[in-house]
Design a protein around this ligand. Sequence first.
Ligand SMILES: [Fe+2]
Ligand SMILES: [Fe+2]
Length: 381
Amino acid sequence: MMMPMAPGQAAACYVNAPGTLPPRRYRSASFNRRRTMITAAATAATMTAPEKADVLRSLDGWAESNLLPLLKPADRSWQPHDLLPDSSSPGFRDGVDELRARAAEIPDDLFVCLVGNMVTEEALPTYHAALNSFVGYDRPTAADAWARWSRGWTAEENRHGDLLNRYLYLTGRVDVRAVEQTIHHLITAGMRLPSDGCPYRGFIYTAFQERATAISHGNTARRAGQLGDASLARICGAISGDERRHEAAYTRVVGELFRMTPDAAVRALEYMMRERILMPAAHMFDGRDRDLFRHYAAVAQGLGVYTTADYADLVEFFVERWGVAGLGEGLTGEGRRAQEYVCRLPERVRKMERLDARRRQAQTRRVPFSWVFDRQVQLQL
Ligand SMILES: [Fe+2]
Ligand SMILES: [Fe+2]
């Protein structure tokens, strides 16, 4: 994990044209070429998305030494088969029987959370494409550090959907076809990423998502452990551990953007906070329930797997980690307004959550989920 920035550190490295450009030592040749082509009026107000992508590309050496070490090579990584009954072993059937006996003790609401988490992981092609768009490395042969990070990260993520998918298949507790249809719909629908082509916003979104998924898988692991299923707890815990490493990586990236271009970074953070960070699987659909994501999110909220309070904690964590309150001289007026907004946000989210919790308590319902053969699950909306 990166160390928190000292107050004022970002402003200290930032001397020229506050709020618009990275320090000269970070500017690539293409950045400077493009810089001469755009008007002074445009740059006086804000950095453009291509300029921001140039800043990121100029960090290729930094990514080599600060990001790539956070990936684990294949021979030192867990693989889904390590955490499931060995299909080539004579004891496979006994292993599956044990797995199913343990799964019989897990209630449907936790299965809904597991399926929702798995469906989210399975839309990985969408996230891989989005990540490549941030820095513009979409060639599968690219050898730059960003491109290698993107492929290595995707390889790690690919295990998450595989593991949960195989586990759920073996339990016999979920309607596999309904789940598969949901994945099909989700990848077809894509995702809503309100970054508007801005790579700073994209990386902020990704940092939030990695921490959110680490929390969600971690809480699911805890719940499985409380229910006496140590194997399922290990499965969710292994995924959560990966998400923590990914969170550390993307938090470092955004931390570096705050250090180099604090004004652009804080304004990107404010933009994303006003848009509100939505789960990437918000478009999930099983072919029947148009409110499927809202229903799944309500079950997760009720079980404490991922809650609005977690979201408030997330905002507070990143505001502190990126040293937002300590940003000083490098900020424009817009930047200062953005800083003020995001620093106050955790308190506002918590206040809204308290009001919302009271409202929710009065609205308990039972909703059928196709994922668990239309059995009804209690939730509060
Ligand atoms: Fe994941
Ligand atoms: Fe991840």
